[in-house]
Design a protein around this ligand. Structure first.
Ligand code: IPM
Ligand code: MG
Length: 400
């Protein structure tokens, strides 16, 4: 059995193997002596302070499990522009190429956007560029509402049922984000026209569908495929291809849902979902909506996976929330999403499941003990204790 949950032998999607997460064997001795080379790109806003806590936790893991991580920090986003004139400086990209995985913070400071052309802004010039550069086509966003945080969920207890636990699998390198032509042009005096193109090919849909079905096999064995087949050509192809791929997974139930209904169902009955399979833009929108159900964007990690080499998968790990400039540098940010992203990295890229479990458990313990950053704090909860970014990181590192 492969240690790696995902094995992407690109471009043949049917070569993907995907083994269980929590119950994988520990790493063989041959791999535990390896030094894992990581690029840590903290970026802007709250990025640096949550990254600091994530690295603290990683160092605790290193000690407890006798692992070695060679972590090199480099600027990206506005930090990259300020340091080297570009959102993705050449040296940062070079570092990523030499690394086993990328730990990413967040980029973008909307207030500064008007000062440079849109193509040079961090979202396009750094984030989207890295996704394309490393073919990170599979974006996994687990949305889980912790029992103790039920108060932070906008839905009534009744609608929360026995707990919300959804995995959004988002296609990340195709669709409207990257389709050509993409341009703004003048069609007549005073009239502009903007064009974005939504385009998908069969292999692109196949490979992300395989990821969703394999993920569902390890969960509650249900895939809800999201599309707009009643209007879009892309939706019709998406639905056909996903249906064909589903034949390889007779143990997984497949349902199709229009994206507008999907958005509504997430609010009405989120417990009906296990894995939601989405194209790029629908996944962008629905994953933020789903994230709200977990009480705070500060709780949500994400993994963007690319190719597998030997028994390692190159991945890009980032919190789902943004740069939150309003609270940056004030020790207010919730570091949990960044810390859980480290756990996803250990699991998906390196097969270090014991270490990943130790982080997940330490986070659960910190929450159970009542520690809360402002975003998940409720004065109504007598056992809750409001803490800062640093204190939350310390507690989780100690819990490892
Ligand atoms: C996300 C973000 C990005 C996206 C932005 C920052 C470009 O919203 O990762 O969901 O749209 O993909
Ligand atoms: Mg988004």
């Amino acid at each position: 059995m492969s240690l790696i949950p995902f094995h992407f032998a690109q471009p043949k999607a049917d070569k993907i193997s995907f083994t269980s997460a929590r119950d994988l064997p520990t790493l063989p001795a041959s791999m535990s002596s390896k030094t894992f080379k990581l690029a840590a790109l903290a970026g802007d806003g709250i990025g640096p302070e949550v990254m600091r806590e994530a690295i603290k936790v990683l160092r605790a893991v290193e000690k407890r499990f006798s692992l070695q991580f060679d972590i090199t920090e480099a600027p990206v986003g506005w930090a990259g522009i300020d340091a080297a004139g570009k959102a993705l400086p050449d040296a940062t990209l070079e570092l990523c190429r030499k690394s086993d995985s990328i730990l990413f913070g967040s980029v973008g400071l909307p207030d500064r956007d008007p000062t440079i052309p849109k193509e040079e802004r961090p979202e396009r010039a750094a984030l989207l560029r890295l996704r394309k550069e490393f073919s990170l086509f599979a974006n996994l966003r687990p949305v889980k509402l912790y029992k103790q945080l039920a108060h932070a969920c906008p839905l009534s207890l009744e609608r929360q049922g026995n707990g919300i636990d959804v995995l959004v699998v988002r296609e990340l390198t195709g669709g409207m984000y990257f389709g050509q032509p993409k341009k703004t042009e003048q069609v007549s005096p005073g009239v502009m026209r903007a064009i974005d193109t939504m385009v998908y090919t069969t292999p692109e849909i196949e490979r992300i569908a395989h990821v969703a079905f394999k993920a569902a096999q390890l969960r509650r064995k249900k895939v809800t495929s999201i599309d707009k087949a009643n209007v879009l050509e892309n939706g019709v192809l998406w639905r056909d291809v996903v249906t064909t791929v589903s034949k390889h997974y007779p143990d997984v139930a497949l349902e199709h849902m229009f994206v507008d209904n999907g958005a509504m169902q997430l609010m009405l009955k989120p417990t009906q979902f296990d894995v939601m399979l989405c194209e790029n833009m629908f996944g962008d929108i629905l994953s933020d909506e789903a994230a709200a159900l977990a009480g705070s964007l500060g709780m949500l990690p994400s993994a963007s996976l690319g190719a597998t080499n030997g028994n390692q998968t190159f991945g890009f790990y980032e919190p789902a929330g943004g740069t939150a400039p309003d609270i940056a540098g004030k020790n207010l940010a919730n570091p949990i999403a960044q810390i859980l992203s480290v756990a996803l990295m250990l699991r998906y890229s390196f097969g270090l499941n014991d270490a990943a479990n130790a982080i997940d458990d330490a986070v659960t313990k910190a929450i159970a003990s009542g520690l809360r950053t402002g975003d998940i704090y409720s004065a109504a909860d007598a056992t809750a204790k409001k803490v800062g970014t640093r204190e939350m990181g310390d507690a989780i590192a100690a819990g490892v």
